[in-house]
Design a protein around this ligand. Sequence first.
Ligand SMILES: C[S@@+](CC[C@H](N)C(=O)[O-])C[C@H]1O[C@@H](n2cnc3c(N)ncnc32)[C@H](O)[C@@H]1O
Length: 210
Amino acid sequence: MKMSIGFFVRKMLGSFERPVSELYRSIFIDLNALVSQINYWVTASNILELGCGEGAVTERLAKVYPNAKLTGIDITSRVGRMFQGDLSRVKFKQQPIKDMVRENPQSFDLLIISDVMHHVPWELHKELLTDAKQSLKSGGYLVLKDWERNQTPIHLLCYLLDRYITGDKVRYKTADEFRELIGDVFGANVIKSEKRIRPWSNNIAFLIQV
Ligand SMILES: C[S@@+](CC[C@H](N)C(=O)[O-])C[C@H]1O[C@@H](n2cnc3c(N)ncnc32)[C@H](O)[C@@H]1O
């Protein structure tokens, strides 16, 4: 992990790191609501989470999909570090999506990308999603969740914290910009549903079928 403000704050928190990071995240997104929505949308037995970070979404996925195999990948060395749960059917790997799909093409029936795209430079968005698409079986689903840019105080707060706590040059899309990107990569009529996730309408999730 790079030496961001977040890195030092987390080190100082010690055993409070997990509850504090859960609380921090809950200001912006109800992850339980997100995962319930995913589970309502898709039945799956082999799930990939791209950009799973330390495992907050993966942990919840493992609970709502009790019989599924789950794989979480991320470019960070801290991949899966905070996950608590059954590791017999959940594995984490520090690996770029390109390598994952080379080893496991068309293997998964559900792919989740949650709050990753705004950390990825826009010029790499198409390539990342094109690679990610290769991980899915024909007829499989991608749930793409991100934070929509708008002119509200909560968006400004989200931007400032993301920018200065993670140290990433975060850049958010609007829902229309996401729809255009999805159309470019996956084609027309692939968005089967869209849902705003509480507590902020900035949280938008797209259900995409390949
Ligand atoms: C805000 S965290 C989200 C973590 C998790 N998906 C969640 O919702 O709790 C963003 C994550 O995206 C990861 N990330 C950024 N660029 C990536 C890439 N090109 N491939 C995989 N992961 C990436 C970061 O390392 C980070 O862990």
